[in-house]
Design a protein around this ligand. Structure first.
Ligand code: DGJ
Length: 709
């Protein structure tokens, strides 16, 4: 095999890979689309060899090798009984499938008796780059794998990074820093990832939503992970991501292989919105599978309405009220199964609690269906309470290390999904219940961190995640019409790995609209709005005890997969009508909201004013949220990019906060254009000059529609 230059083009992006015999594949270019590339051009990028170092410059391949003198974090660490710990691979063949942008490179190390298969794909439509590796063991003894990562080079000008942090009730917070010497690393070892969503973004200094180049990557994995951006002392930069293994966790038997998760990465020549646009397009086309391609049904979840207090007659009345509100999917949350009086007991016993439901669940399900709504049910299959029949019968089914105690989390343990008996039990229970009650939708929860994750004494957090996927896979096969939601105490398990099996994420247990503005904005970097579960909660938020007007709560939930999480029977007539109005407004616009280009707008008073838009060919929706008291006595002009520059738009306010009117407590006169029914301007004007916003009270929102004339 000779050296080859492979050019991959997708969307506005080009990736150029040099496939050498040895060292193997290296990405030489990842950026804006290039029309013409002559293999000779590549010489312009060849590295020099500095003094004071080894006499070659080791390449930064997709899996950097320690044995070549690549001193930073290698792509692979492992050994076979202490040997074969620094493999050096030689590429023996490659295939470039031009039709679907796939490049496969087969590499071998005959001494270490290992194979490395690199799988790279630049999605032709979106330009999202996917990469994963497979390691094959051709030796007789098993190979102990400690680390196995995908490495992507970043250009020298990527000097700043953006990463995610968070916690329960506060997912998807972002922070930025100059890429430090050495680098920046985040790890998640909890079996879920409220704290560190597995993604990082690098960019040119001061990149914004609309300016600067960015390279963002996300590991499609729901288990433990490690992700880093490094600067080497020679100036080269890279992003590296991997599933994180505990000691002794991965043993590859002779003739077996082990794969990394996919790392999906997107380049944006014009800031973060460009990066997100490609990712959203990719998710919509490649990952997300709705059993039926319908509009996202508006949900009512009874959790914060009744908690564990299930009275079927009352729940059926809630369903009737929900239907009158315009709800299309009604979800019975935690509390329906045996022994579940509160969160101390019952998990694992997936049988209906006949003391709460003496007539069974069927009358409730049928009632909901008769009302024309879908029926959804809550499960937390991976867990068991010590106070449950399941635990009493099978204490050894717990995920843990025999002989050691471990703390409970929310009074519960996790189950060992690698134990076939556990897997079969859960499959049988869910399969039976899904069929028996004709359940249209499952909210799949997961409410504790994993510790001592092990099967028969060997670390198994990775295998636990794979078995979880297998369980989902089997259930999806048996119940192809059922939709699933991934929830883990809110947004603890939101990623492209599980997105292959689910259609919705519960973004956070916080229904506080102010918190949600931040959480949902953070989530929007990698996820389109239709997978973002967003509910209108009670007036006084249960998790923060803050009070918000219905307008602010509803406009915050409106762009996502909208729902309500309250007891509709407790609403006043006026509140009921208001909520009904917002639900119908959502329905009117959801086709656009869930297919258009969803962007984050830039504001001058960014800590206090946040705005987003969803832009389609003929119309756009803009939502402006005033988070805190404006810094100035007059609000700014909001610039709305990505409209058709030459089209004229009719701008109409669809919903405004009570105070955004003349003669309010802060304003003698608000912006005059709002006093008219609508105003007209071209896309170019709105994007360059902007639209002066009314002065708004803290924690209120404004909804604007733009229609091309
Ligand atoms: C945590 C979830 O995030 C909530 O929405 C709710 O389903 C509870 N668990 C139920 O126990």
């Amino acid at each position: 095999m000779q050296n080859h230059i492979v050019k991959l083009d997708g969307g506005d992006t080009t990736v150029i890979v040099i496939v050498r015999v040895s060292p193997h594949a290296e990405i030489l270019y990842w950026g804006s689309r290039l029309a013409e590339v002559d293999p000779d051009f590549i010489d312009t990028l060849t590295y020099p060899v500095p003094n004071g170092r080894i006499d070659v410059t080791a390449p930064l391949t997709l899996s950097p090798e320690q044995g070549r003198g690549m001193f930073s974090s290698p792509g692979l660490e492992g050994h076979r009984r202490g040997q074969d710990w620094a493999p050096i691979f030689t590429a023996t063949s490659h295939q470039h499938h031009e039709d679907d942008g796939r490049l496969l490179i087969h590499c071998v190390d005959d001494i270490a008796k290992l194979t490395l298969d690199v799988e790279l794909r630049l999605d032709p439509d979106s330009g999202v780059l996917g990469c994963r590796h497979h390691l094959g063991n051709q030796g007789e003894a098993s190979y102990s794998l400690q680390r196995f990562a995908v490495t992507l080079p970043l250009p020298d000008r990527a000097a700043e990074l953006m990463a995610f942090h968070g916690r329960w009730l506060q997912e998807f917070q972002t922070h930025r820093l100059a890429i430090p010497y050495g680098g920046y690393l985040q790890e998640s070892r909890r079996g879920r990832h409220h704290e560190y969503f597995p993604a990082m973004i690098a960019g040119t200094p001061h990149f914004t939503e609309t300016r600067g180049e960015v390279w963002g990557a996300h590991l499609a994995w729901s288990g433990d992970h490690r992700i880093r951006i490094d600067t080497k002392s020679d100036g080269r930069r890279f992003l590296q991501a991997e599933a994180l293994y505990q000691a002794g966790e991965i043993e590859i038997a002779g003739d077996a292989t082990h794969a990394t998760p996919w790392l999906y990465a997107s380049y944006g020549a014009e800031g973060l919105n460009a990066m997100s646009e490609r990712l959203h397009r990719f998710v919509r086309a490649e990952l997300l599978q709705f059993p039926v391609e319908t509009q996202r049904p508006v949900q009512l979840n009874i959790w914060e309405g009744v908690y564990f207090d299930h009275d079927p007659a009352y729940i059926m009345r809630m369903a009737e009220a929900a239907q009158r509100l315009g709800i299309e999917r009604f979800i019975v949350d935690d509390g329906w199964f045996r022994g579940r009086a509160d969160d101390h007991a019952g998990l694992g016993d997936w049988y209906l609690d006949e003391t709460k439901y003496p007539q069974g669940l069927t009358p409730v399900v049928e009632h909901v269906h008769r009302l024309g709504m879908q029926f959804g049910l809550w499960f937390e299959p991976e867990m068991v309470n010590p106070d449950s029949d399941l635990f009493r019968a099978h204490p050894d089914w717990v995920l843990g290390l025999a002989g050691y105690d471990q703390p409970t989390g929310r009074h519960q343990y996790a189950l060992d999904l690698c134990n076939p008996e556990v897997f079969d039990y859960l499959l049988e229970r869910l399969d039976t219940l899904l069929a028996e009650y004709s359940i249209d939708y499952v909210k799949w929860d997961m409410n504790r961190d994993l510790i001592q994750a092990s099967h028969l004494g060997q670390a198994s957090s990775h295998a636990q995640t794979e078995r979880l996927y297998a369980l989902f896979g089997e259930l999806r096969k048996r119940h192809p019409a059922t939709e699933f939601e991934s929830c883990a105490s809110g947004g603890g398990r939101i990623d492209y790995g599980i997105l292959r099996y689910v259609q919705r994420f519960w973004a956070s247990d916080s229904n506080d609209a102010l918190e949600r503005q931040h959480i949902q904005r953070g989530m929007s970097y990698f996820f389109p709005p239709e997978v973002m579960g967003a509910h209108v909660g009670a007036e006084r938020c249960h998790s923060s005890l803050r009070r918000h007007d219905l307008g602010f709560r509803a406009l915050t939930a409106l762009p996502g997969h909208m729902g309500a999480e309250l007891d509709p029977l407790t609403l006043s007539e006026q509140q009921f009508e208001q909520l009904r109005h917002y639900i119908s407004l959502h329905k009117e616009w959801r086709a656009l909201l869930h297919s258009g280009r969803s962007v984050r707008l830039e504001t001058a008073d960014a800590d206090r004013l946040q705005a987003q838009a969803v832009i389609g060919d003929e119309a756009a929706i803009v939502i402006v949220a005033q988070l805190a008291t404006p810094s100035w006595a007059m609000n700014e002009a909001l610039r709305i990019p990505y409209l058709h520059p030459s089209k004229r738009y009719r701008v109409t306010v669809l919903d405004r906060p009570e105070a955004a009117r003349d003669g309010s407590h802060t304003m003698r006169y608000q912006v005059p254009w709002m006093a008219q029914e609508s105003i007209e301007a071209t896309g170019a004007w709105l994007s360059e000059a902007g639209l002066r916003l009314p002065q708004m009270d803290p924690e209120s929102a404004l909804l604007i529609k733009l229609e091309a004339i």
